[in-house]
Ligand binder design. Sequence first.
Ligand code: FES
Length: 117
Amino acid sequence: MSDAASTLPGSYYQRHIFFCLNQRDNGEACCADHNAQKAFDRCKAQVKAQGLAGPGKVRVNKAGCLDRCAGGPIAVVYPEATWYTFVDEADIDEIVSSHLRDGVVVERLRTPHDVGR
Ligand code: FES
């Protein structure tokens, strides 16, 4: 694993990824309508399977709306503050192996800057 982010003072995790799992019942766009739960589950399983989970390593968390719904499904990785829009399990696997494990941002999956709610 790259240690590019591990030296941040006070950082309990090297990288922290949050998946929006928000469900809306009013017909507006939401990440839950784009298999966000399945992607979260896949990421969590892959991080665990690769031994990446835990203090000083990687944490995978659920989140509510991150207010970038138009780009959903959305996840964000800190400390780099890299926003992702993903489609399938292959995308999640690439985020895990490239960014969460090796510290290399997956450029093709970055959410465009102008995407908001
Ligand atoms: S519903 Fe996912 S970012 Fe808003």
